[in-house]
Design a protein around this ligand. Structure first.
Ligand code: NAD
Ligand code: UGA
Length: 464
């Protein structure tokens, strides 16, 4: 079967970029991305392509190429479902904030709503592709909803988890390490559905990089990949604390172990802690699944990755307080960076939020500069924690338009996000404008310790 019309439900960080690339590479397929968030869809349709709602290097160019040709963004979910022969579900799957599994399990209500809507609308056979990250065996629940509430049409369910990282989404999608497709390998219809999706990716991904497997292995591989990646960060961050008390340097340690081809050099950068919408959520989900099968040792093992990460964020904030003579009350602290990593405007679970919250509890005055994050977002992130009133957050936090301005008359500066531009700031001028001693905390190992110490900074970097 040749796919002619694709619909993707969810125009977020995954749905938007993924569909833009499919449309770019497959001009004969019509791709419609739908969302219930009208503001988001309006932004995707903004005539000024630089105003699309997600900042990713290279994405505006891809959207400019395909939008209006075979890439469409719409709020008419029913119409797009009706017209499609393949439907990607790419909605959010946050950690549950209520009821059974609260704080651990994935909240699948958005997924279920999609399934019920598809079942209600579909008048011909369709292939449903799970793009969202889901607990193992979710496809089974989807199938039961679709088969029991539908109009008697046939649905094939595929799992096609996404491995892109934010900030590098376009290159990750253009050149994926692998595309993983899980489906029903035991039936002719299942194999045909798998092949239909293989053919879509086949427009630009070579056969060797497209892996097909059964649905359950595919679903679990996604959670496993994120758990392993996050575990590497927590492992190197654990070593960073040991380095700080032993005069070892975590970067030297990472280099030395990374040259072992069994370990490899990537993802060994010590930091103020991993953030992002997925690592924590997916590990908590894994822990919950393990516990629900009575596998308590497995659950405890993975939970430690999160506990280590929480410790790293707290430890960094505590280090600032301790270094500033055990009090930051009334002191101005500049945070450079708020996004959870460079080259994205996404702030979900960013370490900066938690460090700021800790310092605000210590009565610090926080000034933030991030090249891509808005003031509204920064305040919303803090309000969401619910630690103090919205008025208080607005009183204690200032958001400014340049790093220079943020650091003016500050007692301390902390680098929270590894934006390249922070490397080449006029650090001499920043030093001049700060209160002395001028403390600089590098939570990303971004800056040149020797040069900055020579300028006069009291310099602290994670892991050395
Ligand atoms: P997101 O919150 O940015 O986007 C999800 C979108 O789905 C939202 O715009 C929301 O309005 C929309 N939506 C929810 N319910 C809907 C419905 N019933 N009908 C229409 N639209 C609906 O989320 P995201 O970051 O794109 O993540 C989506 C999924 O992909 C998650 O499961 C996540 O774990 C996974 N994932 C994310 C990344 C990443 O880098 N962000 C990478 C790989 C996988
Ligand atoms: C991560 C995975 O890398 C993707 O493969 C996956 O698709 C995605 O999660 C997902 O499922 O959402 P992402 O969170 O966008 O991607 O970004 P990463 O580059 O993985 O960084 C995550 C966090 O870890 C960031 O805060 C980053 O600064 C931190 N990190 C990463 C480190 O502190 N050190 C490192 O060496 C690497």
């Amino acid at each position: 079967m040749k796919v002619k019309n694709i619909c993707c439900i969810g125009a977020g960080y995954v749905g938007g970029p993924t569909m833009a690339i499919i449309a770019q590479k497959s001009p004969e397929i019509n791709v419609t991305v739908v969302d219930i968030n009208e503001k988001r869809i309006a932004a995707w349709n903004d005539p000024d392509v630089e105003k699309i709602p997600i900042y990713e290097p290279g994405l505006a160019e891809v959207v400019a190429e395909a939008r209006g040709r075979n890439l469409f963004f719409s709020t008419d979910v029913d119409a797009a479902i009706d017209a499609a022969d393949m439907i990607f579900i790419s909605v959010n799957t946050p950690t549950k904030t209520y009821g059974m599994g609260k704080g651990m399990a994935a909240d699948l209500k958005y997924i279920e709503l999609c399934a019920r809507q598809i079942a209600r609308v579909a008048k011909n056979d369709k292939i449903i592709v799970e793009k969202s990250t889901l607990p193992v065996r979710t496809a089974e629940a989807l199938k039961r909803i679709l088969d029991n509430t539908g109009n008697g049409v046939n649905f094939q369910i595929l799992s096609n988890p996404e491995f892109l990282a934010e900030g590098t989404a376009v290159t990750d999608l253009h050149k994926p390490d692998r595309v993983l497709i899980g489906g029903d390998l035991d039936t002719e219809a299942g194999r045909e559905a798998i092949q239909a999706l293989v053919d879509v990716y086949g427009h630009w991904v070579s056969d060797d990089n497209i892996l097909t497997t059964n649905v359950w292995s595919s679903e679990l591989s996604k959670l496993t990949a994120n758990a392993f990646l996050a575990q590497r960060v927590s492992s190197i961050n654990a070593m960073s604390e040991l380095c700080e008390v032993t005069e070892a340097d975590v970067q030297e340690v990472a280099k030395a172990i990374g040259m072992d081809s069994r370990i490899g050099p990537k993802f060994l950068k010590a930091s103020v802690g991993f953030g992002g919408s997925c690592f924590q959520k997916d590990i908590l989900n894994l822990v919950y699944i393990a516990k629900s099968f009575g596998l308590n040792e497995v659950a405890d093992y993975w939970e430690q990755v999160i506990l280590m990460n929480d410790h790293q964020k707290r430890r960094f904030a505590a280090k600032i307080v301790k270094t500033l003579f055990n009090t930051v009350s009334g002191k101005k602290i500049a945070l450079l960076g708020w996004a959870f990593k460079k080259d994205t405007n996404d702030t979900r679970e960013s370490a900066a939020i938690y460090v700021a919250d800790y310092l605000l509890n210590e009565q610090a005055e926080i000034v933030v500069y991030d090249p891509k994050v808005t003031k509204e977002q920064i305040l919303a992130d803090l309000d969401y924690l619910g630690t103090r009133s919205e008025e208080e957050n607005r009183k204690l936090i200032t958001v400014v338009n340049s790093a220079q301005e943020a650091c003016k008359a500050a007692h301390a500066v902390a680098v929270m996000t590894e934006w390249d531009a922070f490397k080449t700031l006029d650090w001499e001028a920043i030093y001049e404008g700060m209160l002395k001693p001028a403390f600089l905390f590098d939570g990303r190992r971004l800056l040149d310790k020797e040069a900055l110490t020579a300028l006069g900074f009291e310099f602290y970097a994670i892991g050395s």
